[in-house]
Design a protein around this ligand. Sequence first.
Ligand code: SF4
Length: 122
Amino acid sequence: MFSKLIQNDFPLTEFTHKEGDLYKIVTTFGKTFELMYGYYEECDRHSPLVRSPVPIYPDFTKEPVYTDDGTPFVTMMQDVCPFYKGEKKRTPDSTCDECKYFKHGEDWFGICTCPKNKPSSD
Ligand code: SF4
């Protein structure tokens, strides 16, 4: 009975993808991003908790990408910057999708419309 419960409620998924495989192509705000399977941290490769490579989203804080008009891309799950303005109080767990400057694109991508984050706003 217990094994049936596991099978029905917690099906064990067979992972068929490997590191470097294409997960998805996302086109949004005029740019195209190829998302591949991989590991965010080298230690994940050997972790028993990470059973398989995962889709890797860009880290725009390390490698910024801009729209043609110079607006920075962000992901929904990106840590907030000093210009965060949200309805919720800023916490260490706050993410860009909670900010009023976040404009959602496709998938987990968006752009930051904060004028202070445009490179020419110095
Ligand atoms: S959306 Fe822009 S202004 Fe808001 S927290 Fe993210 S980077 Fe900062």
